[in-house]
Design a protein around this ligand. Structure first.
Ligand SMILES: Nc1ncnc2c1ncn2[C@@H]1O[C@H](COP(=O)(O)OP(=O)(O)OP(=O)(O)O)[C@@H](O)[C@H]1O
Length: 264
């Protein structure tokens, strides 16, 4: 028997929403997914009219969906934002060079200006050089700190007020776990904030704070978005990987482990 969409009760249900377990059609999925992000933006006053906003674009699924959604919502709800893409080239041969090709295609697809800043031009070394020197221990922590600063510097070059990143609910849950395991109380509080200000006082926000990674993947898949899906070649030993596996195990038993509001 054909199962009808739990929202419109008209179309055939073709997917089960990871966030609510509701079975819905493609059109209703697009609608709820986009509308929830719009509400996150409005309820948290993320932007004001006229803001110049850079979308931190790695070419991965999250930031590609973010670019698509920011453009769609800016036009649909007339936010009045001046959007651009900002990418950091960490100098990782066989990974970032390929993902940046995806970002360049996204630039054409979404008709947004793109600025690429590289570790080479900013710091005079690349992650390839660093890994050659120090190996694969702690390299992700190191790279993360420099990427943060590179994004701030790129934002200054672009003259933007605000950077949005594709961090999703799963990423934030992983970070919470990592901070608990490290006993880092100060970061534990900061890491769940939806808006923070970097050293340069450029606002940074996470419009996907309440969005499940699985739904981002589904959205990218159904919309046939052009994204790069390979993991970084230098991250196999990253501590985050352990938090991720543990969280996936918890989620299999109790799907609300990621956010904890949708299910009893
Ligand atoms: N090289 C980069 N240039 C610009 N922004 C980046 C870069 N790497 C990461 N980011 C930003 O930080 C967010 C989280 O980083 P993460 O390492 O999870 O990204 P990813 O797995 O490479 O790609 P994505 O999160 O887009 O799927 C990204 O969604 C993106 O907004």
């Amino acid at each position: 028997m054909v199962k009808l969409c739990g929202i419109c009760e008209n179309e055939r249900a073709i997917l089960k929403r990871p966030k609510t377990a509701q079975q819905i059609c493609k059109t209703c999925f697009y609608h709820v997914f986009e509308t929830e992000i719009h509400h996150t933006i409005i309820d948290n006053n993320l932007f004001k009219r006229g803001d110049r906003v850079a979308i931190a674009a790695s070419g991965g699924k999250d930031s590609t969906v973010l670019a698509h959604i920011m453009k769609t919502l800016n036009e649909r709800h007339n936010y009045g934002l001046d959007l651009s893409l900002l990418s950091v080239d960490e100098g990782i041969t066989g990974y970032r060079d390929d993902s940046l090709e995806t970002v360049k295609r996204n630039q054409q697809q979404y008709e947004l200006p793109l600025k690429i800043v590289s570790y080479q031009e900013l710091y005079n070394w690349s992650m390839d050089d660093i890994v050659k020197e120090v190996g694969l221990k702690n390299n992700c922590t190191f790279c993360g700190v420099f990427r943060r600063q590179a994004l701030d510097r790129g934002a200054v070059m672009l003259g933007v007020d605000h950077i949005v990143t594709g961090h999703n609910a799963d990423d934030i849950a992983e970070t919470v776990l990592m901070n608990i395991l490290r006993g880092d109380v100060a970061r534990l509080q900061r890491c769940t904030e939806i808006v923070t200000a970097g050293e340069s006082m450029i606002r940074r926000s996470k419009p996907f704070k309440y969005t499940y990674e699985k739904e981002i993947v589904m959205y990218a898949y159904f919309k046939k978005l052009d994204y790069f899906s390979t993991e970084c070649i230098y991250s196999p030993n990253a501590y985050r990987g352990h938090a991720r596996i543990f969280l996936k195990d918890l989620e299999a038993v109790r799907p609300s482990a990621i956010i904890g509001k949708q299910f009893p």
